[in-house]
Design a protein around this ligand. Structure first.
Ligand code: NAX
Length: 332
């Protein structure tokens, strides 16, 4: 067994963390040989709830889990961390406008960016889950200038998993037979779930998903809208937002970042745009990436048709607007 690494989860008393912490402690994310010191950050009113989470973590009796530190102080939570799951965020309350939500979260991610800069390892891998995830990741990175920008990512893996599952259901195949579906853009209703480059493994060989489904209208309209609105559909049914599937997706994202993608396969992650596919630079945009040695590269030269181009424009415009609003808040 290797030396323990420190891993922080923020929003540790919340719903997503409740499912995520087990995966981290059980070795599903960082591997079965990697022992873990967990740092759990939440806000002061949640400390009692967090005590309960700590008790449950103890009761898991998992050998990989070494120390567990519950705290409301970012300075302690981010100390020497090698990986950070930034799940905690201000939820949208009734009557709250998008602007107000953004303003509240900009403040949180500024503080956490500064704490990462000061206390975390310089090679820390940061995954932002808390919404608006893409713009929160951008802000966080901005306030942690000593950590490379590439080390900040936002989660669109839940959208990818949803898209993969929807295509597998439509094709009546096991979910792992479908590969390389892409989520472009923002983790919001403007995201573009794109099946144009996806493949499916059938007994007759590997085929492209569009040729097997052979229903453009379904792929361009029904499929895209179903994925864009899936989060809202879960809330309508469960009266609470996706948590089990979000936690699984966060684990998938970090595990692939840590251990790499399989040959010929890619995954979608919100990363700082380098201008690929004509996307404006310096927004956190979800692209297909391949990963090796803990470094990702954006998959290049995929053909983008006019429909896809217009969808990419819509979601990048929204991200530029969010960035402008965030900058306004920070200037005040
Ligand atoms: P919960 O409301 O259950 O938990 C959030 C926790 O964060 C609470 O315990 C709260 O006290 C804590 N918190 C608030 N401010 C904090 C701060 N400054 N520092 C540390 N902790 C803080 O929400 P949950 O269902 O766990 O969702 C968490 C976030 O994930 C939300 O922002 C949600 O919108 C977002 N999601 C993002 C997804 C994605 O794909 N990127 C999908 C799922 C989810 O909707």
């Amino acid at each position: 067994m290797t030396e323990p690494i420190s891993v922080v989860v923020t929003g540790a008393a919340g719903q997503i963390a409740y499912s995520l912490l087990y995966q981290i402690a059980a070795g599903t994310v960082f591997g079965p040989q990697q022992s873990i010191n967990l740092r759990l950050l939440d806000i002061p009113p949640m400390m009692k709830v967090l005590d309960g989470v700590v008790m449950e973590l103890e009761d898991l009796a998992l050998p990989l889990l070494r120390e567990v530190l519950p705290t409301a102080e970012p300075a302690k939570a981010f100390e020497n961390v090698a990986a950070a799951f930034l799940v905690g965020a201000m939820p949208r309350k009734e009557g709250m406008e998008r602007k107000d939500l953004l303003a509240a979260n900009v403040e949180i991610f500024k503080v956490q960016g500064e704490a990462l800069d000061k206390y975390a390892r310089k090679d820390v891998r940061v995954l932002v889950v808390g919404n608006p995830a893409n713009t929160n990741a951008l802000i966080c990175s901005h306030y942690a200038p000593s950590i490379p920008k590439e080390n900040f990512t936002a989660m669109t893996r839940l959208d990818q998993n949803r898209a993969q599952a929807a295509l597998a259901a439509r094709l009546n195949v096991q979910v792992d037979k479908v590969k390389n579906v892409i989520i472009w853009g923002n983790h919001s209703s403007t995201q573009y779930p794109d099946a144009a480059h996806a493949t499916v493994e059938l007994s007759s060989g590997v085929k492209t998903v569009p040729s097997e489904i052979n229903d453009n209208e379904w792929l361009i309209n029904t499929f895209v809208e179903t994925i864009q609105k899936r989060g809202a559909a879960v809330i309508a049914a469960r009266k609470m937002s996706s948590a089990m599937s979000a936690a699984k997706a966060a684990g998938d994202h970090m595990r692939d970042w840590w251990f790499g993608t399989k040959p010929g396969e890619w995954v979608s992650m919100g990363v700082v745009s380098d201008g690929s596919y004509g996307i404006p630079k310096d927004i956190v945009f979800s692209f297909p990436v391949t990963i090796k040695d803990k470094r990702y590269e954006i998959v290049q030269n995929l053909p983008i048709n006019n429909v896809a181009k217009s969808k990419l424009d819509i979601t990048s415009k929204e991200l530029e607007e969010e960035r402008a609003e965030a900058n306004n808040v920070l200037k005040k």
